[in-house]
Design a protein around this ligand. Structure first.
Ligand SMILES: [Zn+2]
Ligand SMILES: [Zn+2]
Ligand SMILES: [Zn+2]
Ligand SMILES: [Zn+2]
Length: 254
């Protein structure tokens, strides 16, 4: 016989017996490609093969983050215990079941996950915070330089860091950090004033054929002051040309 027999772990036997897509020969191929004498799966918390997720997010961010963290930690632990005896196989973590050091490391990982959901708490919390910061920037328009502060404030506030579980209420946090929503475009502005406006957003309130708003905005811009909705209202009320157009029922009606 040219090909020595490849030994399979119990979990690998079971996996191939109930999988319609892959058979034991696929496991044998993997083992031979890697010059292994056996084929087994590192097992996760439920006793199923430990997934090695790709970048594509499936399910909740929180559970995806657990899978990513555990997958990375397991690969690291396996590589330390038995170099080149572990490989990603179709999104699962496979190893050389014929190698005793690899087998023992895989057993330790499986036992550990059966008792506690995370292999490396610190790694998981770091990923969770990084992901939360990314969601804040992408979906909550939070400026990148304060995203980490908002994540800390969310944790201090007792809000979960998974927006799939719970959507965030960040108005108060942003206000504590010195940010308010622009009254026109709802994006964050670094200011403590109520109803602030971006300079360009304030310009939207200019009437045709009148410079009053542009002149006011220009002055604030040069002085680096925040324009607010009330500045806009006052300017329009104080303008001979604009107030009859904007406030046809009188100056004192908002
Ligand atoms: Zn979640
Ligand atoms: Zn704006
Ligand atoms: Zn100017
Ligand atoms: Zn005007």
């Amino acid at each position: 016989m040219n090909n020595p027999e490849i030994s399979f772990s119990k979990a690998a036997h079971w996996y191939f017996s109930q999988n319609y897509r892959y058979g034991t020969w696929d496991g044998e191929d993997c083992a031979r490609d890697n010059e292994w004498s056996g084929f087994g799966f590192v097992l996760g918390s439920g006793g199923d093969p430990l997934p090695i997720p790709g970048d594509y997010l499936t399910g909740h961010q929180c559970s995806h983050m657990v899978d990513v963290s555990n997958g990375q930690a397991a690969m690291r632990l396996m590589e330390e215990a038995a170099p080149r005896k572990t490989a990603e196989w179709n999104g699962l973590l496979a190893y050389d079941y014929g190698d005793s050091a690899a087998r023992e490391a895989a057993d330790r990982i499986g036992d550990s996950l059966a008792g506690y959901p995370l292999l490396d708490d610190e790694d998981f919390y770091e990923r969770e915070r990084e992901n939360a910061a990314r969601v804040l920037v992408d979906s909550y328009d939070v400026p990148e330089d304060i995203a980490a502060d908002v994540v800390s404030a969310l944790s201090d506030d007792g809000q979960t860091l998974c927006t799939d579980c719970h959507s965030w209420d960040i108005d108060r946090i942003m206000s504590n950090l010195g940010y308010r929503e622009c009254a026109e475009c709802d994006k964050w502005l670094a200011t403590t004033f109520d109803e602030p406006l971006h300079y360009d957003c304030a310009e939207c309130y200019a009437e045709d054929d009148c410079e009053c708003i542009s002149v006011m905005v220009d002055g604030y811009r040069h002085g680096n002051h925040t324009v607010t909705m009330s500045d806009v209202r006052e300017t329009l009320r104080g303008c001979e040309h604009c107030y009859p157009l904007v406030y046809p029922y009188g100056k004192n009606v908002a």
